[in-house]
Design a protein around this ligand. Sequence first.
Ligand code: 26A
Length: 344
Amino acid sequence: MCDRVREGILVGCGNPLLDISAVVPLNFLQKYSMNEDDAILAEDRHMPIYGELVEDYQAEFLAGGSVQNSLRIAQWILRQPRVAVFFGCVGEDRYAGILKEKAQAAGLDVHYQVKKDVPTGTCAVLITGTHRSLCANLAAANNFTIDHLEEPSNKALVDNAQYYYISGFFLTVNPPSIMQVAATAHAKQRPFLMNLSAPFISQFYMAPLLAALPYVDIIFGNEAEAQAFAEAQQWPSGDLREIGKRLVAMEKKNPARPRIAILTQGCDPVLLIQQDSVQEFPVTKLAVHEIVDTNGAGDAFVGGFLSQFVQGKSLDVCIRCGNYAAGHIIKNPGCTYSGEPEFV
Ligand code: 26A
């Protein structure tokens, strides 16, 4: 059992999305010019995907959205409600109701901004074997505005937190909110954590990413995301360790707390990069028959990490818990868990 943690100690902002998930043949991806393990924003040409998944592929509806996933997993491991607070924008519809119910059942303290007349966002999850390809139709999620964080009760929640986590995905929605939370964290000398989220963030949203990065104490990413960042920066080496070292050496507002990079690489070891040191943390490889779907594995890793980080545990424990959580959710559909957490 974990020690008790203060309510509201962790605040996250992100896109609350309902995942519409189905196993599809490879030619379904080809039809929409998508690749295995993509994570993209839906364009007009992708809109038929959602209906097709429901009508032809027995799609399942699962709570999603990257940050909300991570916070739900952190709550599951902590077994203590309302440690984490989540902000994001939804519509006024059935999907918003499902998302809220799942988040609250996990113990999350959700404070959605509600945009009438715009549907709640969805994400198509196209499963092909052990791969998953994501196509997000942000819809209401894209309407998040900074005034939601400025409402007195929400501002108090942000001011009272000790840890802040925002995805790179949220850079596509509202960079001013990210900068405001980052500045609060900086002024109060509290950790601000961010995720590279997807290669397209480094490819198309580098300017707001670079604006936020000086505030980032811990940056998460997988190998494809780190490579995309390095390419966008025109760094000469594609070596993950070198990329990590360069990432942590980039400008930082609070140099007294050097940046840390945590880079995952599927079933290969997780890399913890601090200044010139690189440590490896092994991942338990699952047999193919144990894998239900890999959707949400990265989010669960962060959730496991956060559950320990907010208790002041060592990075070693945080990363081991991240690996535990990712391994667990891969054995379940989407970013969902079953039973009680077994991390000690
Ligand atoms: C801005 N984009 C593209 C996104 C997302 C996203 N969450 C926030 N913003 N694209 C996919 N996801 C979520 O990622 C989870 C898997 O890591 C999906 O909803 C899915 O639950």
